[in-house]
Design a protein around this ligand. Sequence first.
Ligand code: SF4
Length: 259
Amino acid sequence: MSGRLSRPERRALQKQDEHFLRLPLDPGPDPRSMGAHLRHVVRLLQNSRSASPCSDAVAYLTALYERSLPPFEGIACRKGCSHCCTQPVSITAAEAMFVAAALKDRPDRAAALLDYEQLSRTVPAAELGRRYCPLLVEDACSIYAARPLACHSFVSTSLDACIAAFDRGEEPQIPMPADGVNLLYVCRMMLMAALRLVGADDGAYELTPAVAAALNAPDAERRFLAGEYVFAPAGPGERPPPAYDQAIQEMAAFVYPTL
Ligand code: SF4
């Protein structure tokens, strides 16, 4: 699709989107499903009447991810099992905004996260002891509904492999359902494409410094969506590998003329 759409083309596309938005995401070669959901995510990010457009967009993509997953068997993950919450978590700035918004109801956890961030800046990693996500409370995620996409999709079929990797420090070899991993990549790339389309920072950051930056910056979400770089304290945003970057660019280019 090259130039902008005419009014009848736009109406036809809207009808087509209504169909695809009711369905799970189809990550196959036909781009219409991806296009419909990506347009919707862009509109959510552009909704100036929302208290947190990033939360709406990330929550939509997370729910889409969940309802698009094929059924898995043999999943080892259970409530109260938190071995994997010892790893760094890579998130987009929009997810950091979602977590920061969720922490408004959990000031104790927001304070714990800011304390941990401060501590990790001043105390060498070797002296900090075993690392746990500061949002973990009694082996449960305190922001479960708002946890990042990477946490949603970290699904293991072997508890032994998790214990070996995260408790004994062996080389991580976690067996995960491949379909879930692929779907995560597609949803994450869609989020990055949506951020590009609205002119916001689409880099990836580590969870703790990114959420701390979102909590500390005044009026962070509005400034972030206006294209301001508010995540400098979290370090330079990581760029996706070239092949993913190209795929994100293609998604954005496919949808751009239809917005
Ligand atoms: S955000 Fe929640 S699920 Fe993710 S690492 Fe932290 S405690 Fe675990």
